[in-house]
Design a protein around this ligand. Sequence first.
Ligand code: GLA
Length: 386
Amino acid sequence: MNNLPITDKFVSLYGDTEYRVYTSPGRINIIGEHTDYNGGFVLPGAVDKAMVAAIRFNGTDKINAYALDLNEQASFGLNEEDAPTQHWAKYIFGVIRELQKRGAVLNEGFDTVFAGDVPLGAGMSSSAALESTYAFAMNDMLALGFNKMELAKIGQATEHNYVGVKCGIMDQFASIHGKAGHLMRLDCKSGEFEYVSFDPAKYGYKVCLVDSCVKHELVGSPYNKRRESCERAVKAIQKLHPEVEFMRDAKLEWLEEVIGEITQEDYIRALYARQEVDRLLEACDAMEKGDYETAGRKMYGTHIGMSVLYEVSCEELDFVNEVAKECGVAGSRVMGGGFGGCTINIVKEDKYDNFVKTVQERYKEKFGLSCKIYPVVISDGARRLQ
Ligand code: GLA
């Protein structure tokens, strides 16, 4: 077995070498943002940055968890009233509780150490990676028999019920289902998906993230508010078109019909969500033909929608997006939930080095902060390592 920092720590904390090691990655998303909870499509891929955990059942009724990156320890029981106070421990606790709600029997607790290199708050789903690691591990170690989509839903329910973020399914889905060299085109309404081969190099492109290294979000609430706006718009449309379940189902004209029934704010949120559903489909068509320039233009369209209508961008990300445009980047937009984090950029190879250099210099000049560049490597999803 290979020694990892987490396994060394595991041995020094718990004096035991009979652990198993599991990992689950963060994700990127090419296009289709805030569409998952609107019943639309998403186009994510798992990345080469992941959470990794060593785990061993311990014959007690306690979970002893150690977050190596924070050097923090938490011990908690398996029942609802045993919830830990540390924010990070709630993800592990929530996953266990959600497994139990679905009939899993845990006769004992476990010892665990985890760490990861998914940047926190960068919109790359570090929390989904953590949830997926433990959901996948428990399913494997206890032979619970949940399928991958059920494991993703367990992670999502953890966010809803133990973290307070009413997220969609994209992040946990991608972390669990990821496949090297492939994106996943998921229909979030039906749950059907296909793996789409993703090889930008074949067409002369590179993909990178620019991490603004800022996070403006205040405890999930602005995210939940966006979702509530879309739900109110759906309710109004349903009065005239009862078949509409999600914004994805509504024709744009139907949204116009209820313009007097909903607030201006709810209208612009729902308008973005509905437009983004079509934008994804158009970008997918273009990419299938190797037409990254057209797909890239759609990404710029998403950025404008997320900035002006959905209002989940920020000054730093708008600036990075502007610089990308000036450098001739084919497609660029804020990625993930927003309010900070990364932009995702599809760049023609001959423009790549100049873009990376320029965006770093200009960002530093403007905000006195360094941004980080992550080249995107599409990798496998949740799995056992040792
Ligand atoms: C966050 C959520 C996802 C999704 C994205 C926006 O990452 O967890 O479910 O809604 O934001 O696309």
